[in-house]
Design a protein around this ligand. Structure first.
Ligand code: ZN
Length: 138
């Protein structure tokens, strides 16, 4: 069995963003040379997510509004965690959007369902954040 590890860094200009990282995962898969196996992609931070969904801007806007209703950024003093920081909302948003995804690799390609794409969800950006790509297989 082969294994391949790559860390990519993203620094968003805004506090929150959704970024399609499927091309970066495809690059890593090509570099790995693995044709059959699994890809794990996870955020290495507790205020950002990796998730799979549709690359459609209306949906991303809906997700942003939905997350903001569940865990509004402001006022900061509504959260106990913000006694030390101002990012309690980001931890909560990350929790519901998830830490990682796993995708099957078949015949050298990501074996997606219809319209599936891999996204990085940033909830406390404007600084360098890391994403781990780990690929195992043959
Ligand atoms: Zn925090």
């Amino acid at each position: 069995m082969k294994s391949y590890r790559q860390v990519i860094t993203i620094n968003t200009p805004s506090r929150r963003a959704f970024i399609n990282i499927t091309p970066k995962v495809n690059e890593a898969l090509r570099a790995s040379g693995i044709k059959e196996g699994l890809v794990l992609v996870n955020s290495m931070h507790i205020t950002s997510s990796v998730f799979i969904n549709d690359d459609e801007s209306g949906l991303h806007s809906d997700m942003e509004k939905w997350l903001e209703k569940l865990a509004p950024e402001k006022p900061y003093n509504q959260y106990a965690h913000n006694g030390y920081e101002d990012n309690a909302d980001a931890h909560l948003k990350r929790q519901i959007m998830g830490r990682e995804v796993v995708v099957a690799v078949t015949d050298g390609k990501l074996d997606f369902g219809t319209w599936e794409q891999i996204f990085y969800g940033e909830f406390d950006g404007m600084r360098a954040k890391r994403i781990l790509i780990k690929i195992i297989g043959e």
